[in-house]
Design a protein around this ligand. Structure first.
Ligand code: GLA
Length: 394
């Protein structure tokens, strides 16, 4: 099995952020803040339909080493890009002025200031082992780590529950990506050993025990390494189709179509494409609720078929999978996984598989073999456990 192809191991990330800070700025940081990437156990594209999601936080994390400067203005160094960027009050007076990876940092400052917070000027150094472009929310991890650091450094009165919405605004408005609230919620609100059951309408959360270890189970994450293409355009198109479906059905959001009213709702829609999109969202919301029920009852193995059904729905109804993720799911199931599905926005990214811990190697090998047979770029696979959301490091 191979790890994500980032340098070093997860344990090095805080040390690397500290070392980067010290060498860039000539003194140690005042503190370090970490925020994780995420996988979504189930509930895909439901967040912007006011529905349900069930993500958990990954051991892969982004760490910000930082200190205030006493002056307005921000300097940020990133290990991944090797660049140091600076931006000032003018750059965060309106969205879009800072581009590239710095937009996620500047956007977070902008969102905080726009919400009326007095954000302290600061220097930051960032290190991360959340793989980029793999659908594991590296951008939410960056926004969440920066937001947590600045909130702490500035002593901002910002309840944890309000933080994901601000980080999401940074991404929606400053960076210009029309994502929902799931990724930032996962990076900020997840707890170790739990999956986060989030109602994306009320923003109520319930921490659902997800004790894989004592059930002898592991979630294997497989980075499909499929080239991400047209991701933002396709995402926008799915959102638009869902909004059209809700409009045609006369409901505020597809969340409001009950599962036992699905057939009647579909009969009222003329466009077969809109019918498929609506069917995915309505059945996916129900699968989240069913998964939560099983987990509450400690019946972890039994969620497998729901995971696989979610994949089939994403493949056939929402049409967001690609050959690499379909092959990974099929190979994992054939090698004995209880369930497997693509996780995240789609068009590549990662697959997760629920497997007996003693089958982890066998399943990873089966996926790698299936890839080799088809001539796909070799996948990266690694086991994960649910970890805590954003926090200050000791
Ligand atoms: C991306 C978005 C999320 C969510 C997922 C699909 O990760 O950022 O808001 O919509 O896709 O579930």
């Amino acid at each position: 099995m191979s790890q994500p192809d980032q340098p070093g191991s997860a344990a090095d990330i805080p040390a690397r952020a500290t070392a980067g800070y010290t060498s860039e700025y000539g003194e140690p940081p005042a503190g370090r803040w970490a925020a994780p990437g995420r996988v979504n156990l189930i509930g895909e594209h439901t967040d912007y339909n006011d529905g349900f999601v069930l993500p958990f936080a990954l051991p892969q994390q982004t760490v910000v080493a930082a200190a205030t400067t006493g002056e307005p203005g921000w300097t940020v160094w990133s290990e991944q890009s090797g660049e140091r960027i600076e931006f000032d009050l003018d750059d965060v007076s309106e969205p879009g002025r800072v581009k590239g990876w710095g937009a996620y940092v500047a956007g977070t400052v902008w969102a905080l200031r726009d919400a009326g917070f007095d954000v302290p000027g600061a220097r930051m150094a960032i290190a991360s082992d959340v793989p980029l472009g793999a659908g594991l929310s590296s951008s939410a991890a960056l926004e969440s780590a920066v937001l947590t650091a600045l909130a702490d450094l500035g002593g901002l009165d910002l309840p944890v529950d309000d933080r994901p919405g601000l980080a999401q605004r940074a991404e929606n408005r400053y960076v210009g990506i029309p994502s929902g609230i799931m990724d930032q919620s996962a990076s900020i609100r997840c707890q170790g050993g739990h999956a986060l059951f989030l109602d994306c309408r009320s923003l109520a959360v319930e921490q659902i025990p997800f004790d894989l270890d004592s059930a002898g189970l592991t979630i294997l994450v497989v980075d499909s390494r499929a080239p991400h293409q047209h991701v933002t355009g396709e995402y926008r198109a799915r959102r638009a189709a869902c909004e059209e479906g809700a409009r045609a059905l006369g409901v505020p959001a597809l969340r409001d179509v009950p599962i036992d009213g699905l057939d009647a709702a579909l009969a009222r829609l003329d466009d077969p494409m809109i019918q498929r999109r609506v069917r995915h969202i309505v059945t996916e919301n129900q699968r989240v609720l069913d998964t939560v029920e099983l987990l509450r009852a400690g019946r972890v193995r039994e969620i497998g078929p729901l995971l696989t059904a979610s994949h089939v729905s994403m493949r056939d109804d929402f049409e967001i999978t690609v050959a690499e993720v379909d092959v990974a799911v099929e190979a994992a199931l054939a090698a004995g996984a209880y369930g497997a599905r693509m996780t995240g926005g789609g068009f590549g990214g990662c697959v997760l598989a629920l497997v007996d811990t003693d089958r982890v190697e066998a399943v990873a090998t089966a996926v790698a073999d299936a890839y080799a047979e088809r001539g796909f770029t070799a996948p990266h696979s690694w086991p994960v456990l649910p970890t805590p959301g954003a926090h200050r490091l000791p």
